[in-house]
Design a protein around this ligand. Structure first.
Ligand code: ATP
Length: 195
């Protein structure tokens, strides 16, 4: 079973592309969603977060104190790196568990991660796909979806590798733009992966 990482900058449409693969029966692991889940379900990770950032990281009912954590890691690269160093292995454990439930005849699965290349998790995949989209479209889509300003979207973009950096690392690219059919590009890659 091939493990294929899929990524793209904020608002590029990587989740939209994954949904198309899902309609073809391809199992998709959403790493960013899993990362949020393990922070409240993985006992090893919870213990690590409390030890590193203090017991205030969780409230009495075991819910993550998002504001507290965000306040510590926001604009502090060293603290953010500490958090990532705790969360990434736990997310990887969740991914390994998830793959155990994938039917054995499945030719390939996708692992969607916003920071596939930035976090080095692409090294654990057999191949990778980058979803690209014009910057102006990405900004407009995220402004509509998240009700945020263009400047806020831009600041989130600035924390990610550029498309040029990622394209140099990706094995395949899907262009999410008006002039090309998204579905045909997905079908083309699907045919390659099931061979
Ligand atoms: P993020 O990294 O922020 O989670 P993403 O790369 O997963 O974003 P999506 O969530 O797939 O991107 O797309 C962002 C928004 O743009 C969504 O609301 C989605 O429905 C919309 N969108 C994506 N592609 C298109 C398209 N080709 N045409 C119209 N809307 C689109």
């Amino acid at each position: 079973m091939l493990k294929i990482g899929i990524t793209g900058g904020i608002g590029s449409g990587k989740t939209t592309v994954c949904r198309i693969f899902e309609t073809l029966g391809v199992p998709v692991f959403y790493a960013d969603t899993a990362a949020k889940q393990v922070m409240v379900t993985d006992p090893l990770l919870i213990a690590g977060i409390k030890q590193t950032f203090g017991s205030g990281s969780y409230d009495e009912s075991g819910q993550l104190n998002n504001k507290y954590i965000a306040h510590i890691v926001f604009n502090d690269a060293a603290e953010l790196a500490k958090l990532n160093a705790l969360v990434h292995p736990a997310t990887f454990r969740a991914f390994e568990e998830w793959t155990k439930n994938v039917p054995s005849h499945t030719p390939y699965i996708l692992k969607e991660a916003a920071l596939l290349f930035e976090s080095d998790s692409y090294k654990m995949c057999d191949q990778s796909i980058l979803v690209t989209s014009p910057t102006s479209d990405r900004i407009q889509r995220v402004m509509t979806r998240d009700n945020v300003t263009a400047a806020q979207v831009q600041s989130r973009m600035d924390k990610q590798f550029s498309d040029e950096q990622k394209a140099a690392m990706a094995g395949h690219t899907i262009r999410n733009e008006e002039s090309v059919s998204l579905i045909l590009q997905v079908l083309d890659l699907h045919q390659q992966f099931i061979k």
